[in-house]
Write a protein that binds this ligand. Structure first.
Ligand code: GDP
Ligand code: MN
Length: 358
């Protein structure tokens, strides 16, 4: 075996080795974190990790969103941690608060029901605001108007490997509109009527959906069972697969566009963000699976990442050396090899490159 030249980056000529070129190569993009003041320690950990592994070579802007004003301590510390510009925005109450047309009694009943069932955040009101905001409002914030791409970051996450490319550049050059690293099954108790709403939406918006080229099968196919993949335990045609949205790189123009907006407004009108506990992850995932072409979605296979309780880690030995990965692909928390992962379904039904008509 020929020894690898670890000092040269074979993936992206513009990264790392050619520092002077980097600044002129930047995309129109921002790192984006919705976060609370008290999460400052976790926010800084995530920032430090992403700066080390990626942004110190690019200096992309950091944008912070909050439903209450950021305090000075948060602003000072995050600005000190960032290698790029930082900016902070207050979310207007009309983009965050529960709409007045939500039936109070039905809402309270739903909270109680999910709380009693022991569903994660089942009884939380603010979590529901957050999920609805991330589903339909983040991309409408004025502070994002001038950007084309965002990279969502959450507190207390870690990136395990040096990025071998600028994901924003990959998105633009390869015409990708949504990028993910982890895909898994959703808790059905949080979305009992989501798929009913999706079916109604599809019936009423046929012109918006290109069934020939989208990833509908990724979210509906249940054919890999037992030995060949995860066992699906769903009461509807939805197989519960979704992209884990705490990591996502997306095209803001897609989300701001009419078709996604129609999709979101339709779901929102059903009230399921409040009467149930619809998450932004299944909503984004079904949205991009229906509305994008398969080859507009990218799995960033080379990026190690963790957000409790799951991890993804590349398994290629030399790739891990080259990217200085600090993770173990055999680890128990590695979702990609667990029956709960939907990655195999993505390979089978989603990814444009390897799409098989079966
Ligand atoms: P989990 O990842 O599903 O366990 O939920 P998190 O608590 O991590 O929330 C998801 C994201 O939304 C994180 O970036 C949080 O910081 C943020 N978030 C959640 N609730 C609120 C809230 O009430 N206000 C603000 N400003 N951010 C929130
Ligand atoms: Mn989180």
């Amino acid at each position: 075996i020929k020894p690898l030249k670890l000092s040269t980056n074979t993936y992206d000529d513009n990264a790392l080795d050619h520092e002077s070129e980097i600044h002129t190569q930047k995309e129109n993009a921002t790192l984006l974190m919705l976060v609370r003041n008290w999460e400052i320690a976790g926010a800084l950990r995530s920032m430090r990790s992403l700066e080390d592994r990626f942004n110190q070579d690019y200096h992309y802007d950091w944008t912070f969103l909050n439903d209450v004003p950021f305090d000075n301590e948060f602003i000072e510390a995050t600005t000190a941690m960032a290698s790029g510009k930082t900016q902070y925005a207050l979310i207007p109450p009309e983009d965050w608060d529960r709409p007045t047309w939500i039936d109070e009694k039905r809402f309270e009943r739903g909270l109680q029901l999910l709380e009693d069932k022991g569903v994660l955040y089942g009884g939380s009101k603010s979590y529901r605001n957050m999920c609805r905001f991330n589903s339909g409002y983040f991309f409408r914030q004025k502070i994002l108007d001038s950007y084309d791409y965002y990279f969502r970051v959450e507190p207390d996450v870690e990136y395990f490997c040096d990025f071998p490319y600028d994901p924003f550049k990959v998105m633009r050059e390869k015409n990708k509109k949504y990028g993910f690293v982890i895909s898994l099954h959703e808790y059905e108790d949080t979305i009992p009527t989501l798929w009913d709403a999706i079916e109604e939406y599809m019936e009423e918006n046929k012109d918006d959906i290109d069934m020939e080229n989208n990833s509908y099968k990724f979210v509906t196919d249940c054919s890999m069972i037992g030995k060949y993949g995860p066992i699906v335990n769903s009461n509807s045609d939805y197989n519960l697969c979704h992209f884990w949205s705490n990591f996502e790189v997306g095209d803001l123009n897609f989300f701001r566009g009419e078709r996604y907006r129609r999709f979101f407004e339709y779901l929102d009108s059903k009230g399921g963000f409040y009467y149930e506990r619809w998450g932004d992850a299944p909503v984004h995932s079904i949205g991009v699976s229906l509305l994008l072409n398969r080859d507009e979605i990218i799995h960033f296979d080379e990026l190690g990442y963790t957000h409790v309780p799951f991890t993804t880690c590349p398994s290629a030995y030399y790739l891990k050396l080259q990217q200085r990965c600090q993770c173990n692909s055999d680890d128990e928390s590695n979702i990609d090899i667990s029956p709960n992962s939907c990655l195999m379904r993505w390979w089978k039904n989603g990814s444009g490159k390897f799409f098989l008509k079966i």
